[in-house]
Every structure is written in structure tokens, then in C-alpha cells.
Design a protein around this ligand. Structure first.
Ligand code: ATP
Length: 354
């Protein structure tokens, strides 16, 4: 029997409840597919910060390196500035484990109404690949004269040829393996960001030349935001920097019904370190504790984790069960216009698996 060790960070807000459903769904498949995931709960996040002054312990990366994957709910708290929670947990993990690919699919599922007119199930099926270790999220910069009227900050984005090329190459390989529109769109802003984004554009041109059968286009981020609304069906694989990938994947979530449906994977494609699987959404403090959050983004992130761990069949079955529940339209959470609770949605997906 295949066994894997999973570090679970439920984190904050709705993180705990959505991870709970993700684990239930995976548990329901273990026997059938002869695998076992052994979970270790790590109580890190904002509560840990309130008790210790840090989002996770100083040896967190060492501890996490003993696991095959990390399954994460959400981090964020209304009383803590986002940069603290992001720089205290998520970003150090993504960087330390060189999870340089952030994979964020946006699919319009059956039973879901897009806020955009005229799109039906399957019409939108794109993947945003977000560079995950450098770019605008590089922790480079500083303050001067903080708290004085003259206070100033310098924030530096970092673009390396190596960093750009490897994530762009991943995007091209994905376009080949998906076998859908065979198109890769690069997101840039080199008209205004005349250094880093130029390194990005040059990397894109070099890698594109290695894939003559893949159609390419390069869009400015502002034009790309517009096109995600105007013609989302024209996208297949979209590759962008840390910031641009983040923005576009939120739009991708909304045009396919709800951010509560959008999964993500932070991947070290070379498999030297654990990869991390988490929903695109955050801790949703406005609905935390009410038991009404949609667990599907986290359940689908769990499916991505299973695929990464070699359980492709089990992963496909989860996706099929989610599709079935959504297309029936009887059990839907509030973000999808229904009244179902988080647990009822988990129950329905487990039932569909069976
Ligand atoms: P954070 O600071 O942790 O990112 P946030 O509120 O800024 O939190 P999200 O958590 O992504 O950002 O939430 C954005 C909106 O989407 C909120 O109104 C939230 O209630 C809603 N939302 C997010 N995730 C879900 C979900 N799984 N189910 C239902 N609604 C959700």
C-alpha cells in the first residue's frame, strides 16, 4: 500500500472547516485505491502569532521538509496586516521549497452560471501558471524615516533569467500535455516595467522557439484583465509573474462562478521538496465560523495533491464527483446561490464518489 506523510496547516478563518471536508473526501477513497495518507496537524497561523509573535515556529521549514506534501486551508486575520501573514508563513514556504510553479485552473463547471453572459459549461477552461518565488513578491526593499512625515519605502521586484525560463517552460509543457488549444499566453508590462519585464519577455521568446507547435501571444496585464472578461474562452495556458498571476487567477475564479471553486497547487516540479496544495481563496473572515463556506476549492486542491502523489485515478474520481454534485444543482453553498452548509457539500461529494 502506498503511504504518504501530509503536513496539514488549517490556518485561519474558514481554513479549518474546508480542510476538514478535503480530508474526509480523500479518506473515502483510500481503501478503494489502496493508499494511505498520514496527516500531521500543525496549528500554525494567526492564533500561533497571537501566542508567540510568529506565524510558525523558527524550525518550521525543517519540520515541513519531512513530509511528502503540505495541505493548507488559509491564512489571514482581520487584526493582522496581510503582509505579516503572507511573509510569515506562505511566502517563506513557497520560497524555501522552491515551489516555483503556482498552478491555478479555472473551469466553468456544469450547473454553474458564469456572471458573464453566454458561456456554458466547458466554454471556459484555462490554467493560470503563476511564478511563485520571485518577481514582485521578492522580499527585497526597505523603509527609511519610518513614522516620520518623510517616510519612504523602496520595493524591488526581482526577475532572473533562470526563474522566468523555468516557469515559462513548465507552462509550455503543460499546454502540450493538456492537448486543448495548444496556446500559451504570456502576461507582461514591459512597456512600463522596462527591466524586469523585459527579462521576462526575452525568456518567453527563447522558450517559445523550442515549441513550434504551440501558438503564443503576449498580452499586457491590463489588456489581459480585459480579455479575461471579454473572451475567456480564448485562453488555454496563461503564464505570468507572481503579481500578475495572482490578479488573473482571482478573475478566473469569479468568471467561473465563485472563488470558492478555485483550487491551487504550489509545485516544486523537480520534486526535491514538498509541494503545497491550497484553495485560491483566503480565510474569508466575513463567513468564518458560520459553517457555510464552499469546501470545493479545497477538495479540488486535495485532488491535485493526490495526482502529484501518483494517485491519478483517485484524483479524477474526486473531480468527477464534484462535477456530478454541481450539475445536479440540489446541494449548493451560498456563494453558488444555494443554502447548503460546508458539511452538506462534503457529504454530497462523498456520496457521489460512492
Ligand atoms: P484573506 O485576507 O484571508 O485573503 P479576504 O476576505 O480578503 O481574506 P477571501 O477569503 O478570498 O479574501 O474572500 C473574498 C470573498 O470571497 C469574501 O466575501 C468571502 O466570503 C468569499 N469567499 C472566499 N472563499 C469562500 C468560500 N470557500 N466559500 C464561500 N465564499 C468564499
Amino acid at each position: 500500500m502506498a503511504q504518504n506523510k501530509i503536513a496539514v496547516i488549517r490556518g485561519d478563518g474558514i481554513g479549518g472547516e474546508v480542510i476538514g471536508q478535503g480530508i474526509r473526501v480523500i479518506n473515502a477513497l483510500e481503501k478503494r485505491h489502496n493508499f494511505r495518507l498520514k496527516y500531521t496537524e500543525l496549528p500554525w497561523g494567526s492564533d500561533w502569532y497571537f501566542n508567540t509573535g510568529a506565524m510558525m515556529p523558527h524550525d518550521a521549514i525543517d519540520q515541513l521538509s519531512n513530509y511528502d506534501a503540505i495541505y493548507l486551508g488559509a491564512v489571514g486575520h482581520p487584526d493582522l496586516q496581510d503582509h505579516l501573514t503572507l511573509n510569515g508563513l506562505l511566502l517563506p514556504i513557497r520560497r524555501a521549497f522552491d515551489q516555483y510553479v503556482c498552478l491555478r485552473p479555472s473551469i466553468l463547471y456544469p450547473g454553474i452560471t458564469s456572471p458573464l453572459n453566454g458561456y456554458k459549461s466547458g466554454d471556459i477552461d484555462l490554467v493560470v501558471i503563476r511564478e511563485n518565488t520571485e518577481g514582485e513578491y521578492a522580499n527585497a526593499g526597505g523603509f527609511q524615516y519610518l513614522d516620520f512625515s518623510t517616510e519612504l519605502a523602496v520595493q524591488t521586484a526581482i526577475f532572473t533569467r533562470h526563474g522566468c525560463e523555468r516557469v515559462i517552460k513548465y507552462a509550455f509543457d503543460l499546454a502540450v500535455s493538456r492537448g486543448k488549444q495548444n496556446r500559451v499566453t504570456s502576461i507582461t508590462k514591459s512597456n512600463a516595467q522596462g527591466y524586469g519585464m523585459v527579462v521576462w519577455d526575452r525568456a518567453f521568446e527563447r522558450i517559445a522557439a523550442e515549441y513550434p507547435n504551440i501558438e503564443t501571444e503576449s498580452l499586457l496585464i491590463d489588456a489581459a484583465c480585459m480579455e479575461f472578461i471579454r473572451s475567456p474562452n480564448s485562453f488555454d495556458v496563461v503564464v505570468g509573474s507572481n503579481l500578475f498571476g495572482d490578479i488573473l487567477s482571482d478573475i478566473g475564479g469569479m468568471i467561473t462562478g465563485s472563488i470558492g471553486l478555485s483550487p491551487s497547487a504550489n509545485i516544486d516540479p523537480e520534486r526535491r521538496f514538498p509541494s503545497m496544495f491550497e484553495p485560491v481563496h483566503g480565510s474569508a473572515p466575513d463567513i468564518a465560523g458560520k459553517g457555510i463556506s464552499n469546501p470545493i476549492a479545497t477538495i479540488l486542491s486535495g485532488a491535485m495533491m493526490l495526482k502529484h502523489l501518483g494517485q491519478e485515478q483517485a484524483s479524477n474520481e474526486i473531480e468527477a464527483a464534484v462535477l456530478e454534485v454541481l450539475s445536479r444543482k440540489t446541494i449548493l453553498t451560498q456563494d453558488l446561490g444555494g443554502m447548503a452548509t460546508t458539511i452538506e457539500m462534503g457529504d454530497a461529494i462523498i456520496q457521489a464518489l460512492n
